[in-house]
Ligand binder design. Sequence first.
Ligand SMILES: Cc1cc2nc3c(=O)[nH]c(=O)nc-3n(C[C@H](O)[C@H](O)[C@H](O)COP(=O)(O)OP(=O)(O)OC[C@H]3O[C@@H](n4cnc5c(N)ncnc54)[C@H](O)[C@@H]3O)c2cc1C
Length: 414
Amino acid sequence: MAHTIETIAVVGGGPAGAMVAALLARAGRRVAIFTKRKRPPLVIGESLVPAIVPFLRELGIEDEVRSYSTFKPGATWVLDPDDVVSFRFEDVRKACTRYSYNSPRDLFDESILKAAVHAGAVCFDHHATVERAGDDRVRLTDDTLAATDGFLRAEPDLIVDASGRPRLLSNLLGIPAVTGGRRDTALFAHLEGVPLIDAGHIHIDRLTRGWAWRIPLPGRVSVGLVVDSDHLRTFGGTAEEQYDAYVAADPVIRRWDASVRRLTPVMKYSNYQVASTRGVGDGWALVGDAFGFIDPIFSSGLLISLDGATVLAHAVLDGSPRALAHYQRHVLNHLASWRRAVGYYYDGRLFTLIKVGQEVRKTWYGNLLDPHFSTHFPRVFTGESTTNRYSLGLLSFMCRHSLGDKDPSQLRVN
Ligand SMILES: Cc1cc2nc3c(=O)[nH]c(=O)nc-3n(C[C@H](O)[C@H](O)[C@H](O)COP(=O)(O)OP(=O)(O)OC[C@H]3O[C@@H](n4cnc5c(N)ncnc54)[C@H](O)[C@@H]3O)c2cc1C
């Protein structure tokens, strides 16, 4: 049975928390967002997929985001220094959105949070604490309630965990998690002097070990290294030592340019492939990274966060257990779909299939089938049809059964 969820406490004012808060406040709900305004010097997650753009429009912030971002017309994959595959979103058949942005995350997060406040949510610069109130129940601590200066006079009807990687409620309640198989560490910083093959494109370089991203931002390029953690440790003790030594030593990166210069400290992320097996419970819900994150390779994190926040807001407005269960299923399915797509990048099947496709396209039957494949495959990666069962099923089938005599391990990411 539906009951009205009137008061909501959102723990975390990142994109997921701010988006759910904006939509609920806009619908007249009483929403408190707890956020720590002081964030690290750089926040990870600067490349947006095209499917995010409609969410920016929904919040009314696309023009603002465009003003400080780099226009992103596509993605360039460097499989080997002499083997480059470029995709332009403009060429994606039946795409709803044919572009995206690369955004400095401090500004991007601020835009969404401002939209939430504009919609009527109230923001508290306070590190929220939550405690267990039963097997599957949680409550805000007295300190945290008090920090709202009476805005929340009692426990809220719903606590939304949007804390990101701390995964506040999953840890508190001991919710089982699915972890990914990779043991990578991501190191990233902003650099100048980094060459690009295609202006505005995110560039993904397959390295001797691991891979790197180049994300062009205004006046600088974000460069991330995603490398096996044990291997990375052999390059030094600190994140800076490891990053600088790896950039200097890797044969693919060394070919970029001698004038590359690091402008910022190096940020480090590891153990990030983790997703909870539940997303809703008695008076609580998880959203964004606090629910789950799969992998950085296809820049899917913010899409999963904003899409999940939107579905959660609708479920909360509906108020029924059925709507909340639908939300949970929706996000679990979204995460599982990206997990499958990501696997085909790391095991080499995706780009082996693309290579096979380039050859087959030259034949009459390949030419005939091409429109069908190019309708379904690219939109799995732009985010528009990642959860479309037919598109993802076709991609999976082709990755498993249509590689001919090609050995996918040649393009595997070590
Ligand atoms: C290596 C790597 C690369 C990535 N690259 C991309 C990319 O290119 N594109 C992309 O779309 N995604 C990318 N992501 C994922 C993306 O960064 C996340 O999916 C996204 O930031 C999730 O948003 P969120 O709001 O759930 O969490 P966050 O952005 O982490 O926000 C959570 C907020 O909650 C606050 N908070 C936490 N606990 C509390 C508390 N107790 N009280 C108050 N506030 C609290 C935090 O300070 C933070 O401000 C990447 C991730 C990794 C690990």
